[in-house]
Design a protein. Structure first.
Length: 491
């Protein structure tokens, strides 16, 4: 780690200014993440329908299982691309600039979806959104972590408030794009996503000064003589990807399986690099080792949670009664039900973690409770299993989504926070990318699992998925003492 980067990590925010007891830079990152999530969830909330609705309905007419598989694989690729965003941040540009560049590419992707017809628009748009989101997500979260010193008890509360911004965007995005899609067409929904990201970029530029010098410099700068080699490797990887696509080895039908496999292999490789690096101390290696079971638990959690955009999107379209006083609401609104709970509960959880501080459950126990809660939420769908037609009331699913939200608040913001604490100094942004690998692995698995869903097989689908996830949570409970020892002073 360079001396410049070391100084940057230790500097406080501008003039030590705070908002609600937190560094003022939190406000800027809160807003840029809100608008990025507005655009992302607004787009992905209608994506499956765009892919499998018939041409007469404005869609592309793909098979339903292929459509949900693409959505899951695409989500996985978004998180896979965080490794590129993390590497460019750590080695070349720094976190602060990568947040801006990532948001700009995301905006271009949504514009492509809005104006380009057919699969061409889907291809160009999703590639841009995946690359841009990967750059923005890993670096926004890592940049937030630099605003707090290690051991700062405000950190979990700060990440929970940050998570509130994510969920405000996740709530409003599908509401607006779903309404525009049902009233005017899919491309209007995608256009709204582009406008949202543009607003996020504008506020980020205006209030950039609130971040001070945090994240301005790469933490592990790439030597000038190594840049050409890195560029050649990048070009080589791009050529391999193009050849794979042109030869038909990867198809729309098997993309979900390929993505899941690639993320799993890349995750193993990344853990190996960090654990064998000479730039990582023995204490830091112990902390990375503690992250491994949390990584697996996180992937299990997201494999169920992200089905809101795959299997549960189909469930909303075919099984939920969206009649509201004689008006039929858009099926995409199911994605906005869960964020309502997070918006209501996030300040409560933030206050709890800030108040109880050292008395709070350990990080492994929070993870375990989140995973177990997610399994319980899936089991609740069994109440309505076996029925046919649109017989599940939207209000009933709304309360199930409350369990989703409680589980998410137990795990996700805490996962973001602990990742910054466990990260080796030389791999700050890349460690956050590794965290998003676990989210990506779960997301692509959500596409794989959705291929087994049908209204006729709801009993085994929800029952087995929920039960297996609960067992994984109980394993984390059993491993909790070992994980805490490996965390070496991080709580």
């Amino acid at each position: 780690m360079s001396e410049t980067a070391a100084r940057v990590e230790q500097e406080p925010g501008p003039a030590g200014r705070t908002v609600f007891g937190h560094p003022i830079g939190l406000v800027n990152l809160f807003n840029v993440e809100l608008w990025e999530r507005f655009s992302y969830y607004g787009m992905v909330g209608i994506l499956a329908y765009y892919l499998y609705y018939s041409l007469e309905q404005g869609g592309l007419g793909l098979p339903q299982t292929t459509a949900t598989g693409i959505v899951g694989a695409y989500g996985g690729l978004v998180y896979l691309s965080t490794v590129l965003g993390g590497w460019l941040s750590d080695r070349v540009l720094g976190m602060e600039r990568m947040v801006f560049y990532g948001g700009f590419v995301v905006m271009l992707g949504h514009i492509a979806l809005a104006v380009l017809p057919g699969l061409a628009g889907v291809g160009v748009g999703l590639i841009c959104v995946a690359l841009g989101s990967g750059a923005l997500k890993a670096n926004a979260s890592s940049l937030l972590g630099t605003l707090y010193s290690k051991g700062d008890p405000r950190c979990d509360g700060g990440f929970t408030l940050f998570y509130l911004g994510i969920n405000i965007g996740a709530f409003v995005g599908p509401l607006l794009t779903g309404l525009l899609q049902s009233e005017l067409g899919f491309h209007y929904g995608f256009g709204a996503a582009a406008i949202g990201m543009a607003l996020g970029l504008a506020q980020y530029v205006v209030f950039r000064r609130n971040l001070g010098t945090h994240g301005k410099q790469p933490t592990n700068p790439l030597p000038a003589e190594a840049r050409r080699k890195a560029a050649l490797v990048g070009v080589g990887i791009l050529v391999v990807i193009v050849l794979v696509l042109l030869t038909g080895v990867v198809t729309l039908a098997n993309l979900k399986w390929v993505t899941t496999g690639v993320i799993a292999v890349a995750s193993v490789a990344y853990f190996t690099v960090m654990l064998s690096s000479g730039k990582v101390s023995s204490v830091e290696k112990s902390r990375v080792g503690a992250f491994i079971p949390l990584f697996i638990a996180n992937a299990a959690f997201w494999s169920l949670f992200q089905q809101m955009f795959t299997a549960l999107a189909v469930y909303s379209d075919e099984r939920m009664d969206w009649n509201i006083f004689g008006w039929t609401a858009p099926s995409a609104w199911v994605q906005s039900e869960e964020p309502i709970w997070v918006i209501l509960l996030a300040p409560v959880f933030a206050a709890i973690w800030t108040k109880v501080r050292e008395k709070a459950p350990s990080t492994p126990m929070k993870f375990a409770l989140g995973v177990i809660g997610m399994g319980v939420a899936f089991l609740l769908f069994l109440v309505f299993a076996g029925n046919t037609g649109k017989t599940t009331p939207a209000i009933a699913v709304f309360f199930i989504m409350g369990v989703f939200a409680i589980s998410e608040l137990m795990l996700s913001p805490i996962g973001l926070s602990v990742t910054t604490k466990l990260a080796p100094e030389a791999f700050r942004a890349q460690m956050m990318a590794l965290y998003f690998f676990s989210v990506g692995l779960g997301t692509s698995m959500a596409g794989v699992l959705a291929g087994f869903y049908s209204p006729q097989h709801e009993l085994p689908y929800f029952g087995i998925s929920g039960a297996v996830t609960i067992v994984i949570g109980l394993v984390v409970v059993a491993l909790s003492p070992w994980i805490r020892r490996k965390m070496e002073g991080v709580h």
